[in-house]
Design a protein around this ligand. Sequence first.
Ligand code: FSO
Ligand code: SF4
Length: 552
Amino acid sequence: MFCIQCEQTIRTPAGNGCSYSQGMCGKLAETSDLQDLLIYVLQGVSAYAVKAREFDIIDHEIDTFVPKAFFATLTNVNFDDARLVEYVEQANAYRGRLQDAYETACAAKGVTPAELSAPAQLILATSKPEMITQAALAAPNRGDVHEDILGLRLLCLYGLKGAAAYMEHARVLSQTNDEVAGQFHEIMAFLGEDSVDVDKLFATSMEIGQLNYKVMAMLDEGETASFGHPEPTQVNTVAVKGKAILVSGHDMVDLELILKQTEGKGINVFTHGEMLPALAYPEFKKYPHLVGNYGSAWQNQQKEFANFPGAVVMTSNCIIDPNVGSYADRIFTRSIVGWPGVTHLVGDDFTQVIEKALELDGFTYDEIPHLITIGFARNALMAAAPAVIENVKNGSIKHFFLVGGCDGDKAERSYFTDIATQAPDDSVIMTLGCGKYKFNKLEFGDVNGIPRLLDIGQCNDSYSAIQLAIALSEAFECEINELPLSLVLSWFEQKAIVVLLTLLSLGVKNIRTGPTPPAFLTPNLLKILEDKFGLRNTTTVEEDLKTMLNVA
Ligand code: FSO
Ligand code: SF4
């Protein structure tokens, strides 16, 4: 096992990465090995997809499958070996299908088929134990490679993983694009070639950022076309009496299905984690039994789900061991998510979830509502832009902070709460991702009617933040980097990595990331990123606020 993809990876003086029998997230060595093998076979599929495209052969089923299966290997997504073996076998079958199509097209044109990279040539083992043995070939740190090259390869691999996750989120909202899929396959295939070309690897990381920018635009389009534009909305965050279902993850199509199927059944539906922003979309306001958000970010789920007296649905990341809080019999997984022994739902029927919720007590009491305001995505931000610009011009707003990214349970993450609470009163704080749960129930007041805390939405809604930054830079006729705007990213997993690559590829400078730098980036690579983009790690709140506000 070798996995170093997330912020909580094992760091020791002797070397970084989870490489023993189990990762910090609970992922077992065999599961990790199967994920490596899956990625390797997917790289082979992509290699053939690239070649097949030379003959205008596009297989949409395979274009859908590859990013989706890749998504299963993100942190805290799929811990179920049986499902991973199925993905590996399916990938292998698809690779064969594309190979046949490509070679048939070559034969028809009298062309000799190209010799492809090792992942395209792998002869897959037929049993799980043999697959595990074969996984050594596929380890992300395979070969004897300089640590800087490995770091760059991993930056690309993990960034592309994040983009794959957003591609799948966009796809469920009917947003697909052949060009984007083609570009994705090219990068995936390239990463299977084990390049040692530093310049090409670096350029690829920027390409992944650009690719993800397009994917986030597709996702924004899919969400707003399906559910309308989020609008500022007050959301209850405490218990409401009645039977209950809690919906977590990012997939709002699942939320909608659950809401439709629970109509008139006396069940209240709550959002959890990254599903919170759904409550701001007009389409979801049609459902009076969508009563609010319960709980906070992913790392608290073992306590929060244990206390939730109903059924829980994980539509995407992040899942952690449900046996710890003893709720494995009332949590359900969807799509790419998996936990051994937990019921996995395929298709659009949520009857099992509904029956489970009806069986359970639900909340037997009402709590006094605690309201928070959400819903400042693209349109709402643009509507507020003239007032914001006016307040910047008259000196009432002096600075903007974008505090985005993931949450986690390290004590150092109090940094993000402190940045928000210690930011001066004449500043506005924008949030996105699940990192906001550290402070989104606190009071921040307003500046001349403009709330000081503006929640933009899920981590992928960084697209909205980028649009606002572009609008502000146009209004003030300056570069984004000249705006009084500081970006502080709390990173945890691969979606945050790709959002960072997107921002860097757009030329955004001086971003701070924390609480620790990615362990796969070597000191040399961190130095390059600092020199080129001013990217730096968070230090102390006092120091960072001073620099961000340019206070002497
Ligand atoms: Fe959080 Fe998990 Fe959006 Fe991530 S729930 S950590 S970056 O998967 O997705 O912010
Ligand atoms: Fe370790 Fe993170 Fe990989 Fe889990 S996902 S094995 S914690 S690096």
